[in-house]
Structures are given as structure tokens and as C-alpha cells.
Design a protein around this ligand. Structure first.
Ligand SMILES: NC(=O)c1ccc[n+]([C@@H]2O[C@H](COP(=O)([O-])OP(=O)(O)OC[C@H]3O[C@@H](n4cnc5c(N)ncnc54)[C@H](O)[C@@H]3O)[C@@H](O)[C@H]2O)c1
Length: 308
């Protein structure tokens, strides 16, 4: 049985990742976060961990001795613009603390999600490549772009098997997202499920890459199982399923909820969304570790509405 440590386990991704790890791997799991939550089940425990503290991070690693780490603790794009220093501290200092602890305590593999936020407005809008020279405009994107370089550095210098996927906007129903720019998609479907009208903070024709959480988690586990020798990219791989605009999502929801209504009232997140690509080049992910997905827009909406 392998030992898996998860940071930021109480978030939107953590809630789903725990489930898929439990259903696919025989593992003892230590969940950690700065918020308290009782995690139920055999072989799962919880400890408080603020990844900004190097001392506490090392203490937890020393005690648990994980074989694998999923480092999810992060401050996302919209929250990062409200408190850029916090985003810097959690996303960079926190990530360095976790990577250092992985080296010190001989962790076999560590997964750290990256994001489409690493792209800036000068990146190609269509099929944005894995390697790019664009400059992100948010603190979230800047910290994540720098973190991607750290993954390459820790791989080259220490031989640490760091793995990363640039997630697009993730659509899921278990834990509501709190602080991203793509969260409108989840919010809109949640309102539709309650038969309530929705006011969208992005313009109706704003295209962004998206993915259903189930596909993102299956891809993550498949990628973590991939043979290290086949991985030609040590910064982060692109993944996505479809390009979505608020209007496209509205049209899909109407197929299941014909009376649903949406109004548009763009806020500061519009500018962030406009700085990101519409779609990503996923050919490296397909070639190196067999990336695939199952959910299109309608299937995503149908499954979300069935589960909310
Ligand atoms: N959700 C998405 O659509 C999306 C898209 C792209 C990338 N990602 C990436 O996936 C990862 C997880 O994101 P998420 O959606 O679960 O975010 P989230 O905001 O839902 O969860 C993040 C968790 O980190 C915890 N946290 C914050 N500061 C911390 C600290 N100092 N120490 C320890 N824990 C701390 C929070 O309490 C929270 O539970 C992040 O790296 C994020 O950049 C998410």
C-alpha cells in the first residue's frame, strides 16, 4: 500500500481527487489543508498544514513519509488579484516548501496542477502551445508560470519526478469553486439546477477552454501512472476537452431546462478571461501518456444537473 499526501485537500479538485484515488489505488491517504474538514473512510486521515510554513511542511513529511504527493494548495486567479502577496506566498513559497520536502524525504512522485493562467494575452488564442514565451498578467499566472520552471529545475537538479498538467476551467458538482475566473460555468449550472436565473460575470461570447472534473481526474491518474521515460515535458502538459462561451453553456442548459434565464453583467474577471487562450494544443499529452476525455458540453451539463 502506498502513502499519499494531499495538500489543499478541501478544495474543488481535492474533493474529487480523494474519491478517484480511493477507487483506483490501494493507498493510505493523509489529507491536509488550512481549513478543517472531517474526511471519512478507512485509510484516510487529516492534519492541519499551511504550506507557507517550511517548518510545518517538513514536520508533516517527516512524520507521514509519503511515497507520492498531490500538491493542490493554491490561491486561484480572482482571489489572487484581491490579495497578490498571499497568492505569491502560497503559490510560490508554498510550492518550493513542498518540493524541498519531497527531495528531503525521498518522495517518488509529486503532482502539482498548473493552469491556462500561465498564458498571457500575447499567446496564440487557438491551440496555445506547451512551450510559449507569453507573459501572464495575473499574479496567479505569474506564480504558476514560475512554478512550472521550478518543476523542470527540481527534475534536472535533484531528479525529483515532478508532474504537472495545465488544467483548463474545471466543471464539477461536489465542492463549489470559490475563486477562479472560469467558475461561472459551475455557477450557471448550479442556478439552473435550482430553477433560479443567473447573472453571469463574463460576456456571453467569451471563449475559454474547459473540462469536466471526471475527465480531469481520470487524466491525472493516467498521467501519474505513465512511465517516466515517456514524459518529454517537465514543465507542464496542456489538457482540455472543449472551448466554451457562456452563451454555448446557456444553449446546452436550455436543452434540459427550457425556462432557464441568464443576464450578463461583466466584472473584473472579464479582463482576466480575455488574457487567456480559447484552446490548447494537447498533442504532446496524447503522444506521451495517452490523454483522452469522454465528456462534451451536453454530457457535462446532463451529468451536472443529474448530480446537483
Ligand atoms: N478549479 C479549477 O478550475 C482549476 C483550474 C486550473 C488549475 N487549477 C489548479 O488546481 C489546484 C487546486 O485548485 P482548486 O480548484 O481545488 O482550488 P480551491 O481554491 O478550491 O482549493 C484550494 C485549497 O487550498 C487551500 N489552501 C489555501 N491556502 C493554503 C495554504 N497556505 N496552505 C494549505 N492549504 C491552503 C484552501 O483552503 C483550499 O481548500 C490549484 O493548483 C489550481 O491552480 C484549478
Amino acid at each position: 500500500m502506498i502513502k499519499i499526501l494531499i495538500t489543499g485537500s478541501n478544495g474543488q479538485v481535492g474533493a474529487e481527487l480523494i474519491r478517484i484515488i480511493r477507487s483506483s489505488i490501494d493507498a493510505e491517504i493523509l489529507c491536509t489543508d488550512i481549513t478543517q474538514r472531517t474526511v471519512e473512510g478507512d485509510g484516510i486521515s487529516f492534519e492541519y498544514l499551511d504550506v507557507k510554513s517550511r517548518e510545518l511542511t517538513e514536520k508533516i513529511f517527516e512524520k507521514f513519509k509519503p511515497d507520492q504527493v498531490y500538491h493542490l494548495a493554491s490561491i486561484l486567479s480572482a482571489s489572487g488579484e484581491k490579495d497578490p502577496y498571499l497568492a505569491y506566498s502560497v503559490n510560490l513559497t508554498g510550492t518550493v516548501n513542498v518540493l524541498n520536502a519531497c527531495v528531503k524525504y525521498n518522495v517518488d512522485k509529486v503532482f502539482v496542477p498548473s493552469t491556462i493562467g500561465v498564458f498571457g494575452p500575447d499567446a496564440p488564442k487557438e491551440n496555445a502551445p506547451v512551450r510559449h514565451s507569453s507573459i501572464p498578467t495575473t499574479m496567479y499566472g505569474i506564480t504558476k508560470a514560475a512554478a512550472e520552471m521550478l518543476f523542470q529545475y527540481y527534475f534536472d537538479k535533484y531528479g525529483l519526478d515532478v508532474r504537472s498538467l495545465r488544467y483548463p476551467g474545471l466543471i464539477s458538482y461536489r465542492v463549489p469553486p470559490t475563486a477562479g475566473t472560469t467558475d461561472y460555468a459551475v455557477d450557471m449550472i448550479r442556478h439552473a439546477a435550482k430553477n433560479a436565473p443567473y447573472i453571469c460575470y463574463l460576456k456571453e461570447d467569451t471563449p475559454l477552454p474547459m473540462m469536466y472534473m471526471q475527465d480531469a481526474m481520470e487524466a491525472t491518474i493516467k498521467y501519474m501512472h505513465a512511465d517516466s521515460k515517456n514524459l518529454t515535458i517537465r514543465t507542464a502538459y496542456n489538457v482540455m476537452s472543449y472551448t466554451l462561451t457562456p452563451e454555448m453553456l446557456y444553449d446546452s442548459i436550455k436543452k434540459f431546462k427550457p425556462n432557464f434565464e441568464v443576464r450578463y453583467n461583466p466584472d473584473f474577471r472579464q479582463k482576466i478571461a480575455e488574457s487567456w487562450p480559447y484552446s490548447l494544443d494537447i498533442s504532446d499529452s496524447k503522444r506521451d501518456w495517452g490523454f483522452s476525455f469522454r465528456y462534451d458540453i451536453d454530457k457535462t451539463v446532463e451529468d451536472m444537473l443529474a448530480n446537483l
